[in-house]
Ligand binder design. Structure first.
Ligand code: MN3
Ligand code: MN3
Length: 323
């Protein structure tokens, strides 16, 4: 039979480097692979029962908010960026990252199922659907992800993705880091550390892809995209501050969380190749400690108990990504 091809179909060839950083990111992503089933959250039950109502309420809500973000990142964010990425090795790295998003989203459920009753879990998922600031956050993100149709909108989806992973997550990460830094909810905190470690890698990778794309636009287009980037940034931050004030209400931590958000927002902008936007006050030292690579690696293994120690984990250095 005769058959006319519409186009040439290519296969991914890993025997040759497509660029100077994608293969390194593939390797690091794979090395970092983990599953929530490997961490026994039940160790946290005793402390959980000693937390007061407000503390438990806050803990549940931060994890619920994170669940929604990881769901959207896995189901919409990564696929939207993959759809317009032609390079096959890059597509594979994105796909692996997308799988990790689903694992992140599922890991919160494994914390919920250990700590909460079925009724409490149902109520929490209802809360996600009814909390306006959370719903608005999802909508602001999807507005970009669902309209990824050309190079410019792809760039802005990458920008949105970096904002989500390098900055929006941190209003949620703050509280588990704050508690685990004090020896509370350490197993759940370990899950959060693993997620954080992934997100920081994702933010770096997508940041590099975005920077490369940005370079290809002309001056006028860059100006237009930069304005749009700041517009997305400001809308997300405005909503994030409202969300933070609402869920952290009564904890006495609101200002510190907002400060932490600004600190991470600067890092998100740096991932995209731009300067920081905020003058940031010193970050809460307990939380900063949870972010610090060296200390985290130390705590990470010392709090493992039955031990999560798979593969060889080496923190990526900036020198690893010279493009
Ligand atoms: Mn994630
Ligand atoms: Mn991610």
């Amino acid at each position: 039979m005769t058959f006319s091809l519409n186009k040439i179909h290519k296969a991914v060839n890993w025997n040759k480097e497509d660029d100077s950083f994608t293969q390194a990111f593939w390797e690091q992503n794979v090395k970092q692979f983990w599953l929530p089933e490997e961490i026994s959250v039940s160790k946290d039950l005793k402390i959980w029962n000693e937390l007061n109502e407000t503390e438990r309420g806050l803990y549940k809500k931060v994890l619920a908010g994170l669940t929604l973000l990881d769901t959207k990142q896995g189901n919409n964010g990564i696929p939207s960026m993959m759809s317009l990425t032609d390079n096959l090795q890059r597509k594979a790295v994105l796909s692996f990252m997308g799988t990790m998003e689903e694992i992140h989203a599922k890991s919160y459920s494994s914390i919920f199922t250990t700590l909460l009753s079925n009724r409490e879990i149902d109520e929490l998922f209802e809360w996600i659907e009814s909390e306006e600031t959370l719903q608005r956050k999802a909508e602001l993100i999807l507005e970009q992800y669902e309209n990824t149709t050309d190079e410019k909108s792809l760039y802005l989806s990458m920008v949105t993705s970096v904002f989500l992973e390098s900055f929006l997550f941190y209003s949620g990460f703050f509280y588990p880091l704050f508690l685990s830094g004090q020896g509370k909810m350490v197993a759940s905190g370990e899950i959060i550390s693993l997620i954080l470690r992934d997100e920081s890698l994702h933010g770096k990778y997508i940041g590099l892809l975005a920077q490369e794309k940005f370079e290809k636009f002309n001056d006028e287009e860059r100006k237009e995209l930069k304005n749009k980037m700041y517009e997305i940034f400001k809308n997300l931050m405005e909503n994030e501050i409202e969300y933070t004030k609402l869920i952290y209400n009564g904890s006495g931590l609101e200002e510190e969380v907002i400060n932490f958000l600004q600190y991470n927002a600067n890092r998100a902008l740096e991932n995209l190749g731009f300067e920081g936007y905020y003058e940031v006050k010193p970050v809460n030292s307990i939380v900063l400690n949870g972010l610090s690579t060296e200390t985290k690696t130390h705590d990470f293994f010392s709090t493992k108990g039955n031990g999560y120690q798979k593969g060889v984990y080496e923190e990526l250095q900036d020198e690893d990504f010279i493009i």
